[in-house]
Design a protein around this ligand. Structure first.
Ligand SMILES: Cc1cc2nc3c(=O)[nH]c(=O)nc-3n(C[C@H](O)[C@H](O)[C@H](O)COP(=O)(O)OP(=O)(O)OC[C@H]3O[C@@H](n4cnc5c(N)ncnc54)[C@H](O)[C@@H]3O)c2cc1C
Length: 461
């Protein structure tokens, strides 16, 4: 085989998972080639709110937040109805604190606890994010770190096509394609970090028909090639029906309206002015509920207190600057402004207020936070598919496994290209599972690669 280049570590996909794996390996002195299909470093990671769940961090300790690996593991497993591999969940919970502190201390990405509200299923405040609470800031800062290291070779507009194995079945390199043609790159370890198949309509229809009609809100380039390359060398896949949906994309601006609107006391209505499900079950599974409603869109109704509290979140701040919502001193005027039946919305509002007594309502909602007070806000929202959560089967070191659950030597999968920790359904997605699986397994894979290459060399790299 004639190789075009040779490095220690090959990473396909330069989103959050790929960048973290690259930085971990390169900081230890390994030569890393990072191949990115598009001309930008963005991915879903840049579109995200940049919020990573982590436990036992110094940031939590400063706020006297009581949290642990056990609590975080239990929360994730409860949310996915114990459908995902507990060993993977525990591995992520264990690395999460070290990951966030390493990002803060070593990569100089200022992290802090998101203390404005708790997401569904989180028993402790454990979301950590950069100051703007935006994935774009996170990605820019990861990129800055990559640029500062001269042992990471970043090649844009170059796609992973195939993994290359030797006669013993060990992965020894990859085939990539760019405008210059096909190239063969030799590497001692390969990390697949190309996210899932959310951008591939056919695969979504095949594996997750229930969300195929929703808008796709993730990165268009995530079309499942990494997963396909893994399958071609015998890898098993798992949980391909899992995904993160979201029910709160503002149609006019295309921006994400945080679910904080609901978790701080707001409620969700359909185009008829009626509530139809428990909003606090989680935004991912709520997307499917909205798709069952007439006209397949809705409004979130909230108030001035919630509005003010959410201005610290970058996407919401932009929504506020564009005044993408309607406001009114009474629910009746608000209903007129959004052209929803006045009587029905008034009834829904009064009924909702009466439920705020600590008991579960007809939809099973128990958590209401505070009463809504005038002025009231309404924002139009649509459901979307953000990304898929199933993928290549991995072990807790992020090593890819075959259909007999045996390690395929030298190949790792992280983030959306691997099976995540969200079980098999939309309800299994707990806020933060996306970046946790991307950055967490990116860190785990990077550290494992460093350790195994040191071992192979009998000491120093
Ligand atoms: C609007 C939105 C908000 C979100 N907010 C949050 C949040 O706050 N917290 C959270 O935990 N999760 C959030 N998520 C989910 C989170 O963004 C993803 O789970 C996570 O970013 C996945 O990271 P990744 O590295 O696997 O993939 P990505 O960041 O998508 O990176 C994959 C990269 O691989 C490249 N690629 C694809 N195919 C190839 C190929 N063949 N060869 C080479 N490169 C390839 C792509 O171009 C892309 O750059 C959000 C998602 C969206 C859409």
């Amino acid at each position: 085989m004639e190789w075009d280049a040779e490095v220690d570590v090959i990473i396909a996909g330069a989103g959050g998972g790929g960048l973290i794996a690259a930085l971990t390996a390169a900081q230890a002195g390994l030569e890393v080639a990072l191949f990115e299909k598009t001309e930008h470093l963005l991915g879903n990671t840049a579109a995200s709110a940049g919020m990573i769940p982590a436990c036992n961090t110094k940031f939590q300790h400063q706020l006297d937040i009581d949290d642990s690996v056990e609590k975080m593991t239990a929360d994730i497993l409860i949310k996915n109805h114990h459908e995902s591999d507990p060993a993977l969940v525990e591995a992520l919970a264990t690395v999460s604190g070290e990951l966030v502190e390493w990002m803060n201390d070593s990569l100089q990405i200022k992290m802090s606890v998101v203390s404005e509200f708790k997401y569904p299923g989180h028993s402790a405040l454990r979301m950590h994010a950069p100051p703007s609470r935006s994935g774009l800031e996170l990605t820019k800062k990861l990129k800055r770190n990559v640029n500062a290291l001269d042992n990471i070779y970043l090649l844009l507009q170059t796609s992973l096509q195939k993994l290359i194995q030797d006669d013993a079945g060990h992965v020894i390199g990859i085939q990539v394609a760019s405008s210059e043609g096909t190239q063969y790159i030799k590497g001692r370890k390969v990390v697949i970090a190309t996210n899932g198949f959310g951008g591939n309509k056919e695969l979504v229809k095949q594996h997750i028909p229930e969300i195929a009609d929703a808008a796709y809100f993730g990165y268009e380039a995530n079309t499942g090639e990494g997963m396909e390359a893994g399958i071609q060398v015998g890898a098993a896949t798992k949980s391909l029906t899992a995904y993160q949906g979201h029910a709160a994309i503002n149609e006019n601006t295309g921006l994400l309206v945080t679910w904080g609107t609901v978790m701080m006391g707001g409620f969700y209505i359909n185009s008829l002015g009626e509530r139809f499900a428990n909003e606090t079950q989680g935004y991912s599974e709520f997307a499917r509920e909205v798709l069952k409603q007439p006209e397949q869109y809705g409004y979130i109704i909230y108030d001035e207190r919630i509005h003010r509290n959410l201005l610290s979140i970058e996407d919401y701040k932009q929504i506020a600057e564009m005044e993408a919502f309607k406001t009114a001193e009474t629910i009746e005027v608000l209903a007129e402004k959004i052209q929803v039946d006045v009587e029905r919305l008034s009834f829904t509002f009064l009924d909702y207020r009466q439920q705020q007594n600590g008991q579960a309502d007809a939809f099973g909602r128990e958590f209401f936070d505070q009463n809504l007070e005038a002025p009231f806000y309404a924002i139009k929202v649509i459901p979307a598919l953000f990304h898929t959560q199933g993928g290549l089967l991995i072990n807790p070191h992020a090593q890819v496994l075959d259909t007999n659950e045996i390690i395929i030597p030298n190949v790792y999968a992280v983030g959306g290209s691997a099976v995540g920790v969200s079980g098999n359904h939309a309800y299994g997605y707990m806020s933060g599972n996306g970046l946790l699986a991307a950055l967490g397994f990116g860190r785990i894979a990077g550290l494992h690669i460093v350790e195994s290459l040191i071992e192979e060399k009998g000491g120093a790299i």
